[in-house]
Design a binder for this molecule. Structure first.
Ligand SMILES: NC(=O)c1ccc[n+]([C@@H]2O[C@H](COP(=O)([O-])OP(=O)(O)OC[C@H]3O[C@@H](n4cnc5c(N)ncnc54)[C@H](OP(=O)(O)O)[C@@H]3O)[C@@H](O)[C@H]2O)c1
Length: 501
């Protein structure tokens, strides 16, 4: 826990943010929400936060923001900064539109007021139409860079990428790599080719990446390197982001994508087979530590830029002593025994498989055939069949995640370490992001409890009933296991008899 009340004087990072106007994109997202909460709470002298936000589902940007700030995530900050809302200004915009769809007035406000930029917004779906993802993740970054170039007071511009932008590199250094295609060729292609033709060529264009998301993030990095000029730019590359470790709420998360989705499927007993390598390190980082490192990186870029340093890249990854994928998911399955779910379908357990063929056989026998059986019974009883559809979703998610759970990478994170060492003791307390000697055991429990509470809306009041159900599921599971072993022994026995008599 950081103890901001103990810190009496302004720290270098607080000083850096004091009086500044900040432009943030992606404020409604998983990382964005943590970033703005922490900035408002721990850097109370920030002048204004301009948040790029679009209308969604008939909700205006203003009402989306109001709704967002009602979340318990912001309670601690609201207590400390009751008038925080005066500092927050929505800027209506959409990455999918030309020039972000900004009004001339808003554009001028950004140019003449903003001194710090955090560009987080992105289309993070793995399998998106390539043409639209190029617009969202590359062209919009280009637009923001052009606006940044017009800003007379710009001190720091942080672009949030992903460590997997460099998927094809085995040892990922803190520099921007060069790829066979660059943003200029790509943007030209999008102008010349129709969406259908682009889709046909997608596999060839993105061949070095597992999906269009990581591909477009990599090309956006290249754009910033080539066009960034003499701007104070930093590229921040986090690993897979998971629940908060400490603040403002322990175990908070709101993102069903990535590891959290897998945790939900495993803990509810639906997913029993995973395509992954259990022996490689789990590349997961808590979102609050990620937000802290992000805040520090804008300060660091400013300091280093004044010292004549070029664009800085920060690989924000877990340390070498982090748990392996196997340790991670076995532990999660284990914790579910203490905190089971009231609607669990089966006793949670997970079998990790590295070979695609074996995985396919297992999901047919262990997921899809039982699903077919249950759906048939549902149809006969006049209920809606759901299992087949659900398993299609689970498997497509597993296949999407598999490239990140089966490959081994190593990383350089010298810039992150050097940044940590440049922080004074107070900033190290306030913006803690150092992960060596991190208490993973405690984190597993809090992370799982957070998924249980924030994603599945189950608080401790359902624990008693869940444990009774879990006991029942345990005995059903043991009975099935015993029958299964008997069936296998029986089949072997029959084959043996047939062969030898
Ligand atoms: N989560 C991870 O594990 C992870 C790991 C590495 C890197 N990152 C990077 O971190 C950044 C934030 O990720 P996240 O996990 O917070 O993602 P997220 O929860 O999906 O949030 C994405 C944000 O981008 C905004 N956005 C998307 N399309 C937009 C558009 N067309 N116009 C305006 N805003 C748009 C979303 O706004 P709406 O609410 O309006 O949709 C939302 O605020 C991304 O750049 C991602 O690449 C994430």
């Amino acid at each position: 826990m950081n103890n901001e009340q103990d810190i009496k004087h302004e720290t270098p990072i607080q000083n850096f943010y004091a009086g500044q106007s900040i432009f943030i994109t992606g404020c409604t997202g998983f990382l964005g929400q943590i970033l703005i909460e922490k900035l408002l709470r721990s850097c109370p002298d920030i002048s204004t936060m301009y948040l790029l936000i679009r209308s969604k589902k008939d909700k205006s940007p203003e009402s989306r923001l109001n709704e967002m700030f009602k979340s318990s995530l912001y309670d601690r900050m609201k207590k400390k900064i009751p008038n925080f809302r005066k500092k927050v200004v929505p800027i209506v915009g959409n990455l999918d539109c030309k020039n972000l769809g900004l009004s001339e007035n808003d554009k001028n406000i950004l140019i003449y007021k903003v001194s710090i930029i955090f560009h987080l917004a992105a289309n993070v779906r793995f399998q998106e139409k390539i043409k639209s993802q190029i617009q969202t993740n590359i062209c919009a970054t280009d637009t923001i860079l052009r606006i940044a170039k017009l800003m007379p007071y710009l001190k720091s511009f942080i672009y949030v990428s992903t460590i997997y932008a460099n998927f094809c590199v085995k040892h990922i250094e803190e520099h921007v790599y060069t790829y066979p295609i660059n943003y200029k060729d790509l943007i030209t292609l999008t102008h010349i080719l129709s969406e259908n033709t682009m889709e046909e060529k997608k596999a060839k264009i993105t061949s070095q990446w597992p999906n269009t998301y990581t591909f477009t993030k990599a090309i956006a990095e290249g754009l910033l390197r080539d066009e960034g000029g003499d701007l104070p730019i930093g590229i921040f590359r986090p690993a897979i982001i998971t629940s908060t470790a400490n603040e403002p709420l322990v175990g908070w998360n709101n993102n069903f994508l990535g590891e959290i989705g897998l945790t939900v499927f495993i803990s509810s007993g639906f997913q029993r087979f995973m395509l992954c390598n259990p022996y490689i390190p789990a590349n997961f980082v808590p979102v609050d530590l990620t937000g802290n490192a992000l805040i520090a990186s804008a300060w660091d870029v400013f300091i280093q830029f004044r010292r004549g340093k070029d664009m800085l890249i920060y690989n924000f990854v877990p340390p070498a002593d982090a748990p392996t994928i196997g340790e991670w998911f076995y532990k999660i399955a284990d914790i579910t025994k203490t905190y089971p779910l009231p609607k669990a379908q089966w006793r949670p357990f997970v079998i990790m498989l590295q070979r695609k063929m074996l995985y396919r056989i297992c999901i047919w026998l262990g997921h899809l055939l039982p699903a077919l059986l249950v759906d048939t019974i549902s149809i006969c009883m006049n209920y809606r069949p759901r299992m087949w559809k659900l398993y299609r979703k689970i498997h497509s998610r597993s296949y999407e995640m598999a490239p990140f759970l089966t490959r081994r990478w190593s990383y350089s994170y010298d810039n992150v370490e050097a940044m940590w060492n440049r922080l004074n003791e107070q900033d190290q307390q306030l913006f803690k992001f150092y992960m060596k000697k991190f208490d993973w055991t405690n984190y597993f429990v809090n992370h799982y409890k957070g998924v249980r509470f924030f994603i599945l809306n189950e608080d401790d009041s359902t624990l008693e009933i869940s444990r009774i159900r879990d006991k029942r599921l345990y005995w059903i599971h043991q009975t099935f296991k015993t029958l299964f072993v008997f069936a296998i022994v029986w089949i072997i026995w029959i084959i043996f008899i047939k062969v030898f008599t």
